[in-house]
Design a protein around this ligand. Sequence first.
Ligand SMILES: Nc1ncnc2c1ncn2[C@@H]1O[C@H](COP(=O)(O)OP(=O)(O)OP(=O)(O)O)[C@@H](O)[C@H]1O
Ligand SMILES: [Mg+2]
Length: 289
Amino acid sequence: MPSPVARGPNPDSRTPNPESPMSSVPAIELRGVSLSFESKQVLADISFALGAGETLILLGVTGSGKSVLLKLMLGLLKPDGGQVLIEGQDLVPLSEDSLQPIRQRMGIVFQEGALFDSLSVYDNVAYRLREEHVGDEAVIEQRVREVLRFVEMEPAIEKMPSELSGGMRRRVAIARTIISRPSIMLYDSPTGGLDPVTSNTINVLIAKLRDVQHVTSVVVTHRLQDAFLLANDVFSEEKQTVVPAGQDSPTNSRAATRFLVIRDGSVYFRGSEHELTSSQDPYLHKYLA
Ligand SMILES: Nc1ncnc2c1ncn2[C@@H]1O[C@H](COP(=O)(O)OP(=O)(O)OP(=O)(O)O)[C@@H](O)[C@H]1O
Ligand SMILES: [Mg+2]
């Protein structure tokens, strides 16, 4: 097993995000997390920290443990060892009931989009509010329209999922997730199966949530161009799209993007985009080729 290459920033010396009230506590931190399914070790001693408002790009070949990591962050799976801290609170000892308020601050977008096919766009997006017993329909409708506008899908409010394209479904899935204003978003291959143009609209949306609402983001992707776009571009409210960072107003400055490459269940690389792309490590070279 080759030794891990880059070390990236020490989590303890991260620059705090000045815009975040949570700057002293990482939004997400894993400490020595290990997990086996039966006799197969899937994750071994994973540690990293992500500050509030920052972006983590999670890379790794298929089966390396990326989706399992996202499930651990939501408390859907429990590790055999280690700690999973969300905004400073360790999920591992918590019961399902105690996990609920933490999960409400988080959102996950699965690759499949996972909409209820029998429910309209409106009812899909309203679902979480109804689960949380936000009773007043006028309040629900106002909020549903607001998030659909954010993802540019308000005209489709009456449609059924079967009437939507893959990219539209993905947008609605994101709207459905952000309805309860999560401070942390987890995206599992959000552009998987989409054409490059549609993928780009999803990347713009991820950047918009991050840069306008300062949502902490974890993005699993096999598409390196998506990862580099998120690392280099910022959402411009004026242009309503992404522009290269530094070319827009200073209000568009944002917190760091960190890269993590998982290999065989361990952290193989952690660091910045520059450290990743300039690495001479043969495995990373091949991965990035
Ligand atoms: N519930 C489970 N029971 C047993 N094994 C599992 C379970 N979930 C995941 N695994 C195994 O854990 C390993 C990591 O799976 P994971 O889904 O995290 O991979 P991944 O990195 O997300 O892959 P992909 O890029 O294809 O989505 C795989 O070997 C998988 O078979
Ligand atoms: Mg996966």
